[in-house]
Design a binder for this molecule. Structure first.
Ligand code: NAD
Length: 302
């Protein structure tokens, strides 16, 4: 059986850069393309081949991986007369790891299917640290056989690979998870502030709630109150991590999905509003999403 090993990788940003580097480290030949010359330069330094154009990047590729900022970016690159889909051989496997609307993912997978090309959606959870460490979680949507054939590549970049269901299901799983993450992060920040405003030490309160029925991932791994936990964004002025802007993007996708299925998501809607209030258009947009704690904290001396 022939070994598939030539990968065309598009989108070498915070996530895609280290993901492409991990594919190189696993022994794949990776040709990398990005609109940013600096991003391509870094990828070349990490052992990737330079893609001179989108079309040239996919020449001879066995697998195409996309890690782009939005559905429009993916569709612009992929579809249309000059899109890369037209340039792919029919035995190519396409893995889109960008977080985009489930409807866009279905459209792209159907367009690939019309040409006889296998494609899956495979958005990730884990952030930049997991991208660098090769421990991302992939949530895949598409045919089981296509997901199975994507595993050797996904395993080079991640630790957990889930098959969520049919085309677009990976995107649905991703926004369900991130909507819940936003909700419990906000609830955690609100509860911590209530305790602090009433004289409790946030570390003591965190210990109590973690061991009680309020325990959750935000308390366990990502405490939003400064000084409670080492190594998390709250202890470095909310720098790094998963930005408010990206959380707002995912909450927007969650609300669009809910509208499409007439689902009630009142807490998701409120979470989106609170993140918008906190930092949609301000410098806070670049901060880690646990900075929502600042929405509840009182000015010093108050
Ligand atoms: P980023 O903005 O750092 O990188 C995106 C890259 O894509 C940029 O380098 C940009 O120049 C490039 N790009 C845009 N259009 C392009 C095109 N047509 N052709 C080639 N390159 C193009 O974004 P990121 O943080 O790496 O996120 C990528 C995706 O992963 C997004 O969909 C995001 O929602 C998702 N995601 C991000 C995180 C995170 O913590 N950053 C976590 C999970 C999922």
């Amino acid at each position: 059986m022939a070994t598939i090993e030539k990968i065309a990788f598009f989108g070498l940003g915070h996530m895609g850069g280290p993901m492409a580097a991990n594919l190189v480290a696993a022994g794949f030949e990776v040709t990398a393309f990005d609109l940013s010359a600096a991003a391509v330069q870094q990828a070349v330094a990490n052992g990737c081949k330079r893609g001179e154009s989108a079309q040239q990047t996919v020449e001879g590729a066995d697998v195409v991986i996309l890690m782009l900022p939005s559905g429009d970016a993916v569709k612009g690159l992929y579809l249309g007369a000059r899109g890369i889909l037209q340039a792919l051989d029919t035995d190519v496997l396409v893995i889109d790891s960008s977080t985009i609307a489930a409807g866009d993912a279905r459209q792209l997978i159907a367009a690939a299917g019309d040409r006889g090309i296998r494609a899956i959606d495979a958005p990730v959870s884990g952030g930049t640290a997991a991208a660098a460490a090769g421990t991302l979680s992939f949530m895949c949507g598409g045919e089981a056989a296509a997901v199975e054939s994507a595993k050797p590549y996904l395993q080079a970049m991640g630790a957990n690979i889930f098959h969520a269901g049919a085309a677009g299901s990976g995107q649905v799983a991703k926004i369900c998870n991130n909507m819940l993450l936003a909700i419990h992060m906000i609830g955690t920040a609100e509860a911590l502030q209530l305790g602090v405003d009433n004289g409790l030490d946030p570390t003591v309160l965190s210990d109590i709630m973690r061991a009680s029925s309020g325990g959750n991932w935000s308390l366990e791994k990502y405490n939003p109150y400064p000084g409670v936990m080492e190594g998390v964004p709250a202890s470095r002025n909310y720098e790094g991590g998963f930005s408010v802007a990206l959380m707002l993007k995912d909450l927007g996708l969650a609300m669009d999905t809910a509208a499409g299925s007439a689902s009630s998501t009142p807490l998701g809607a409120l979470a989106k509003n609170l993140y918008q209030l906190h930092g949609g258009d301000t410098a806070n947009a670049a901060l880690d999403f646990s900075s929502i704690q600042n929405l509840f904290r009182r000015p010093a001396g108050d």
